[in-house]
Design a protein around this ligand. Structure first.
Ligand code: ZN
Ligand code: FE
Length: 257
């Protein structure tokens, strides 16, 4: 299985899981249909499913047009998003499983950005391989999603779930927000060597118009302040010693950044 990253709209990424053997593909969060159709056409692949992480338009915008082109395809989304994902046929909860190309994705319930948000985690085939996480707008490289429909406590629990995955997991975030996230991180922790180093890398990559996605959980554990709620250095910067309060202060500072 190969994972293809298609940039869409202003800063979205849509991902295609492609299985050459069966000539089929799954698309995660199609913001638009046209770039997906163009890719499928060139690669001669049949689209069998859409995996939506949440209902926002920049994640479901291509659903209807893709369904028209591939009437057999199945659209997956959160049970809690019933009624707000166009064409949805499968209603998923945390712990559910979704099959594709001989692999099984685990559904993680990760509310916070929206109340129904889910993520899809593909565990590795061999233990030395990385797993793949499609987390929509929950975790970003250097950041996390805005809390449109959830509380900081819910988002913290969701991020806790993601932080427990194997460190080599590749993380396919739905937006290229990384540079802005590290400008913010530097404003909070200007003397943090890991943040400084990552900021320099990201700045260079973006200067050369290279994507910063996928990232890995190992990188995020070290550099993403939104996964460091229990790090004494970050707590000191935010002048509190409580995990939830640290996360809450960080999120609200980012909202105003
Ligand atoms: Zn969103
Ligand atoms: Fe989004």
């Amino acid at each position: 299985m190969e994972i293809i990253r298609l940039p869409m709209l202003f800063d979205n990424y849509t991902f295609l899981l492609c299985d050459q053997r069966s000539q089929t593909a799954v698309v995660v969060d199609p913001a638009e249909a046209q770039p997906v159709l163009a890719y499928l056409n060139t690669a001669q692949l049949n689209l069998v499913a859409i995996w939506n992480t949440h209902h926002h338009h920049d994640h479901i915008g291509g659903n209807r047009a893709l369904l028209r082109q591939f009437p057999e395809l199945c659209i997956y989304g959160s049970e809690a998003d019933r009624g707000r994902i166009p064409g949805q046929q499968r209603f998923l909860a945390g712990g559910d499983r979704v099959e594709f190309a001989g692999r099984t994705a685990q559904v993680l319930f990760v509310p916070g950005h929206t109340w129904g948000h889910i993520a899809y985690y593909l565990p590795p085939i061999a233990s030395s391989d990385p797993g793949e996480l499609f987390c929509g707008d929950t975790l970003f490289a250097g950041g996390c999603g805005r809390l449109f429909e959830g509380t900081p406590a819910q988002m913290l629990r969701s991020l806790q779930q993601l932080r427990q995955l194997p460190a080599n997991t590749r993380i396919w975030c739905a937006h290229e927000y990384t540079l802005k996230n590290f400008e913010f991180a530097l404003s909070v922790a200007p003397n943090d060597p890991q943040v400084q180093q990552r900021y320099a890398q990201v700045k260079q990559a973006r200067h050369q118009r290279q994507p910063t996605i996928p990232t890995t959980l190992a990188i995020e554990q070290q550099t993403n302040l939104f996964l460091r709620w229990d790090d004494p250095a970050i707590q000191a910067q935010l002048q509190c010693d409580d995990a939830l309060e640290t996360f809450t202060r960080l999120r609200s500072r980012k909202d105003r950044f």
